[in-house]
Design a protein around this ligand. Sequence first.
Ligand SMILES: *[C@@H]1O[C@H](CO)[C@@H](O)[C@H](O)[C@H]1NC(C)=O
Ligand SMILES: *[C@@H]1O[C@H](CO)[C@@H](O)[C@H](O)[C@H]1NC(C)=O
Length: 566
Amino acid sequence: MQNKFLSNVWHPKSIIFAIVSLYLCDVTCQEKPFVTTPLGPLSGFYMKTREGRTIAAYTAIPYALPPVGDLRFKAPVPVDAWQGPLDATKESPKCVQRNPYTRQQEIVGQEDCLYLNIYTPVLDNDLAYESKLPVMVFIHGGGWMCGDSSTAMYGPQFLLDRDVILVVINYRLGPLGFLSTKDEHCPGNNGLKDQQEALRFIQKTIASFGGDKDSVTIFGESAGGASVHFHMLSKTSAGLFHKAISESGTALVPWAEAPPGEALRNAFRLAKFLDCPQAPSEKMLECLRTKDSYEIIDTEFRFYEWDYEPMTPFKAGVEPNLPGAFLTAPPRQPEVPAVPWLTGLNKDEGCLKSVWITSNKTKYEEFMSGFETIAPITFFYDNSPAADDITQTIRKYYMSGDENTAKKGILEIYSDSYFNYPALEAVELTLNYTQYPIYLYELQYRATNSFSQIFGDLEGDYGVCHADELMHLFPISFLNKPFSEEDIEFSKLLVTLWTNFATSGNPNEPQPVPFKWEPATSGEKMEYLEIKRNSRMSENLATRSRLWFSLPLWHNMRRRRYIDEL
Ligand SMILES: *[C@@H]1O[C@H](CO)[C@@H](O)[C@H](O)[C@H]1NC(C)=O
Ligand SMILES: *[C@@H]1O[C@H](CO)[C@@H](O)[C@H](O)[C@H]1NC(C)=O
C-alpha cells in the first residue's frame, strides 16, 4: 500500500531505511505512486493541493468492461483482474455526448468510457494507516446527457487539503445510458447501474488506497444530485455507501423520472429515427446495436420541440422486478432505510435555462409569444389534462408586470419547477422515514465567477446560478476570472463543511466552523443554512416554490388519487 509505505519511511521501526531514504530523496522522490489492489497493480502520478499537500492520483481506472457491441444497452459487467501495472495516468475518456447547456454542436467522447479516478492525500504522519480515510465519491451532473470525470473539471486540489479520498466516476449518458424497453431485454437505468458498479469496485479496492470502505459518501450535483438520491432509494445500492450529499438535484425533479408511458414512447421514437423495428424489443435492440454510437446520440436534437426543450428525453424509471434491478418502486414510495443526507439549492438555480432566453431578444420574444405552447413542454406538464390552467396560474404568479418582472419570472419558474419544489418534496418525504439528520442549505454567496458565463451570457450578473457551488469544491478550469481572497476563504469553508460531513455525518465537526448548522426538523419549518459571507440558520427554504404542490401535475394527481383510494 503506497500511503502506508511512505508513512513507514518515517516510522521508528523503519529508522534505518528512513535514514538511508533521507539521503536519497524526500517523500515524493519516486517518479510515480504505485498501489497494489486485489484486482491488480496501478501506477499513477503526483499532484499538489491548493495548500501544497502532495496527492497520489490514479486516473482512467476501468471499473467495468467496455459497454460496446453485445454489451451496449446491457447492465455493466464488472472488470476482470489484470496482470502487470495498469497505467493510471491518462485522462478518463468521456462517454459519448453533446453538451446542450453550452449549445455544443459536435459530438465527443467514446462508448468505452466506464472509468474512474482516485485521488489520495500523501500524508507525512501515521494517520494513513492508523485510521482509514473517509471516501468521497463524486457523481457529475449534465442532465444525464453530458459531463465527465475529468481532472480539469473535478480535480482534487481543494478537497484533499482535508483527510479524505476523492473518487470521480464516469457513467453512460443519453439513450446509451437511459434507454428502457420496460422489459427484461433493456429494463433501464443502465447509467445508474454503472454508478452502482463503480461503488462495488470501490468496495473491492479502496482499502488498498488507504480508504475506509465502511465510510463512503456519495455526492453529486444536478443530475448527479438526483443520482445520489436514486441510490438512496435503490435496494441494490444499499450498503455500498453510508452518507449522501445531493446538490441541486433529487430523484423527484421533473426531468429525472419518466412519467408513465414516456420511456417506451421515446424508445419507439429512437428506433424510428434510426430505421429500426419498434417491436419486438429484442429486434429493436439488435438493430440499435448495429448503429454507430454517434448516430444514436445525434438523434437527441430530434427529441426537442422548442429550442433544446424538453431536456433529458431519456430518464430514470421503475423497472420490472428482475434480478439486478436498480429501482423497483416509485421514488415516492421508498423501500430502503435512508442514510445521513445533506442537500440544498443555489439561490438562482433557474439561470441554467433562463439566461439563454432572457439575454437574447429574439429568443425572449419567441418564448413570450409562444408561452402557451412552450411552457408545458419546457416545464414538463404537457401530459397534464389541465395544462392550460397550469399555464395561466404560473403566468399570473410569476410574470405579472413589465419586461423586467417577466425576465425575473422566467428565472424563478425554472428555479422552482426544476429544482426548488422537488427538493422540498424530497425532504418532506425523507423526513417521514429517516432515522438520521437531514442538513439543508441555500447557497447565497455570489463569487467572482458564475456558471451563467457558460449558460448564455459571459458578463451579466444572474445571482447564484445552478452549479455555482462546484467552483468552491473543485478547481473548475474554464471559470477563468481570477478568484478574490473572499472567494478562496469561502471555498475553504465549503470544503470544510463537505469533508466534515463525509467524515462524521455532521457538517459541524470535526473541523470547527463559525456557526452551528442545525438539521431540519419538519416540513413545516424547513430549517436551512444560508451559506454566505456570514452564514446563518433560517427557516422556510424556497417557500415561493410551494405553489407547485397545488398544481395538477401528473405525480401530484397520482398521489391525490392514491390518497382518495385509501
Ligand atoms: C438568439 O436566438 C435566436 C432564435 O432562437 C437564434 O437563432 C440566435 O442564434 C440566438 N443568438 C445568439 C447570439 O445566441
Ligand atoms: C409525510 O407524512 C405526513 C404525515 O403523515 C403526510 O401528511 C405527508 O404527506 C408525508 N409527506 C410526503 C412527502 O410523503
